[in-house]
Design a protein around this ligand. Structure first.
Ligand code: CO
Length: 180
């Protein structure tokens, strides 16, 4: 269907990734179309999670799927992190806005979130393991916090050239956009 909403990924260092996202106020068809398009973009990009700023939208929406199975789809609108607990673990994370870049990030095992479904129904859920890590990573995006902020100095150094390449590509794209 050509009328379907399709998103492109927004890559670091686009400024929208740095701005705190704003709460969703209308639980309408447009929101559900955005959510469906975010899932399509996430699957197409072989990601396990995606936050709205990563498709250029300043909205508090995140989608995730830790396994790729339809029953494991998560969609959190206006998520609020109520609690994080359990032992902290280090795990290598990637991010669709940082292609080719990976870094070990320390996060607690469990998180409890209050959120809304795309239909506007409130719910509370506790996640653990990989889904918990994804939810925490995507929640960071809604606050403008990025993988690069969570990296150890060693990982930053290891990824230095790749990060500089992303900045150079962004600047080159800005320049060519100005010309047209
Ligand atoms: Co990310």
């Amino acid at each position: 269907m050509s009328s379907e909403l399709e998103f492109d990924l927004t890559l670091y260092p686009a400024p929208v990734l740095r701005r705190p996202a704003e709460p969703v106020t209308a639980f309408d068809d447009e929101l559900r179309q955005i959510v469906a398009a975010m899932f399509r973009c996430m699957y197409r990009s072989k990601g396990v999670g995606l936050a709205a700023p990563q498709v250029g939208l300043k909205k508090r929406i995140l989608v995730a799927n830790a396994t790729g199975e339809p029953e494991d789809e998560l969609c959190l609108i206006n998520p609020e992190l109520m609690d994080r607990s359990g032992p902290a673990s280090l795990f290598e994370e990637g991010c669709l806005s940082f292609p080719g870049i990976f870094a070990e990030v320390e996060r607690p095992e469990l998180c409890t979130v209050k959120a809304f479904t795309p239909e506007g129904d409130p719910f509370e859920a506790t996640y653990e393991g990989f889904p918990s890590r994804i939810v925490q990573h995507e929640h960071d995006h809604l606050e403008g916090v990025l993988l690069v902020d969570r990296m150890s100095p060693a990982d930053k150094l290891r990824n230095k050239a790749a990060l500089e390449d992303l900045v150079a590509s962004y600047k080159a794209a800005q320049k060519s956009a100005q010309k047209t």
